[in-house]
Design a protein around this ligand. Structure first.
Ligand SMILES: Cc1cc2nc3c(=O)[nH]c(=O)nc-3n(C[C@H](O)[C@H](O)[C@H](O)COP(=O)(O)OP(=O)(O)OC[C@H]3O[C@@H](n4cnc5c(N)ncnc54)[C@H](O)[C@@H]3O)c2cc1C
Length: 458
């Protein structure tokens, strides 16, 4: 190994954190309170992205600046945290050293791996090339441009509608798929139904299709049957066709093929079908666990490497009953705090603590005035406008600064009371490039087949 990038000043413990998401930033914040510690936080972006609101960027409710925050600004009050924008490509767990794409080396007394997650296509043919995942700011901006591109193209040439221009297929009926399906339903209703100069009312709402496909028996599988039934009803009211017990077998440039043989013409397939650990997990030199994530011990260290921690979406973290916790912002944040505490306990010569997850519950937004929330460990159920208000409050509170909260609330208020989507900007013109020659005739008949299965609930 070459000489580390930074020399360690004596008596100061150096912690290297890879990933400035929910877990990495929380860990850095907690560690930074101790003047005996210095932190180097490495992230391939200079911003922390707030994934729970990405679907609102994709549907033009919020602007990218509402959901992405400069990491240096977030950590500006901590002089002992050094942020570097760089991608880590290799890790030596034994020496706690990481190498970046530019060849720099960072070595810590402790190493914290918090490199998040990426889409898992489960080997579905064509899915990696022909779908729009929704796991990063870049994904959300691309998807927004594609949705707007399809509206603009169909507005200019309505014959493209029979080639699937206004069809959107969403793969996965978990919270991400459900939230984006509901938001799209609201977006299309507001832009296709009202006749004003800023809408596309000539296209007709009844010529669009939003199809949500899931292999399971209900949407929102982690929620109660009542919440699932409510969510399905609210989606159908927004014109979403739900295909349960069905998988997507293949995604081509201009259509998807479902496991029941249905072929749906579409140029906008949204992948919300699952997650796996960030690609760095393939370069750790250890066997990883479910979803490519790093299996961690109860104190969040990696087995065999007592001064290496893995956190958040990058790790398989077990609850006290041994079940693996879901990939949630709250799990990531709490794991970041626990890791910092354990490092400080180590330095004080005390025993580390086991991670204990404080479960505040789960919630999902379906659309205007419609959400489901199951609050606390005992899952007190809320639905409708009250859950909608709770969702807005909780997500605003999670944003990193007061300014971010105020800005998000202003955008939501404009959308709610004024019906104005301020950020319907088609800024990625490459999304206008579409191959329309995908068996047009066959595709048109598949639209009718899909149509006949479930009418739009308008
Ligand atoms: C669409 C969507 C909606 C969601 N909604 C909710 C919700 O409503 N409620 C909830 O609790 N959770 C929700 N989640 C889950 C939640 O966002 C994640 O669990 C949380 O972001 C995980 O935090 P993390 O710090 O582990 O990873 P992340 O927040 O993903 O951060 C990982 C960081 O690592 C960086 N990184 C990755 N690889 C490298 C590398 N090789 N080198 C340097 N840097 C690297 C990335 O740039 C990123 O900044 C949602 C997730 C998605 C995708």
């Amino acid at each position: 190994m070459t000489k580390p990038q930074e020399e360690k000043p004596s008596n100061i413990t150096h912690v290297v954190i890879v990933g400035g998401g929910f877990a990495g930033v929380q860990c850095a914040r907690r560690l930074a309170r101790n003047p005996e510690v210095r932190v180097t936080l490495l992230d391939k972006n200079n911003y922390q992205q707030f994934q729970p609101l990405l679907y609102q960027v994709a549907t033009a409710v919020l602007a990218p600046s509402n959901v992405a925050f400069n990491i240096r600004v977030t950590l500006r009050s901590h002089p002992n945290v050094n942020v570097k924008m760089t991608e880590v490509v290799n890790v030596d767990l034994g020496t706690r050293a990481v190498r970046t794409a530019q060849g720099e080396l960072y070595q810590g007394d402790f190493l914290v791996l918090a490199a998040g997650a990426q889409a898992n296509f489960f080997g579905t043919p064509g899915a990696d090339k022909n779908t729009y995942p929704l796991y990063s700011l870049n994904d959300a901006e691309r998807l927004r441009s594609r949705i707007l591109a399809m509206l603009e193209l169909a507005d200019r040439d309505p014959s493209l509608i029979s080639k699937g221009a206004l069809n959107v297929v969403i793969v996965g009926g978990g919270p991400t798929g459900t939230e984006v399906a509901g938001a799209l339903g609201d977006m299309l209703r507001s832009t296709l139904k009202k006749k004003t100069s800023k809408t596309y009312a000539d296209l007709g709402i009844d010529r669009t299709q939003i199809v949500l496909v899931d292999g399971g028996s209900a949407v929102l599988s982690a929620f109660s049957p009542h919440s699932q039934t409510y969510a399905a009803k609210m989606l159908e009211e927004r014109g979403v066709q739900i295909r349960l017990g069905t998988r997507v077998n293949e995604v081509e440039e201009g259509h998807v093929t479902l496991s029941d043989g249905t072929r749906i013409p579409t140029h906008t397939v949204i992948w919300a079908g699952g997650l796996k650990a960030g690609s760095l997990s393939e370069n750790l030199g250890i066997k990883t666990g479910h979803g490519g994530r790093v299996d961690v011990q109860s104190d969040l260290t990696v087995s065999g490497f007592p001064r290496v921690y893995a956190l958040g979406d990058f790790a398989n973290i077990a609850s006290e009953d041994g079940k693996i916790l879901p990939q949630l912002g709250s799990v990531a944040e709490q794991s970041g705090k626990c890791c910092a505490k354990n490092i400080l306990l180590d330095l004080a010569g005390k025993s580390r603590e086991s991670f204990h997850y404080f479960d505040k519950g789960i919630m999902a937004m379906i659309g205007r005035n419609s959400a489901v929330a199951e609050v606390g460990e005992h899952r007190h159920e809320l639905r409708g406008a009250i859950a909608f208000a709770a969702w807005l409050g909780v997500h605003a509170a999670l944003l990193s600064s007061t300014r971010a909260r105020i800005e998000a609330f202003m955008e939501w208020a404009w959308d709610y009371f004024g019906g104005a989507r301020g950020d319907a900007v088609l800024d990625r013109t490459e999304e206008l490039k579409v191959n329309w020659n995908d068996d047009a005739e066959e595709s048109a008949s598949a639209v009718s087949a899909a149509d006949s299965q479930k009418p739009r609930g308008q």
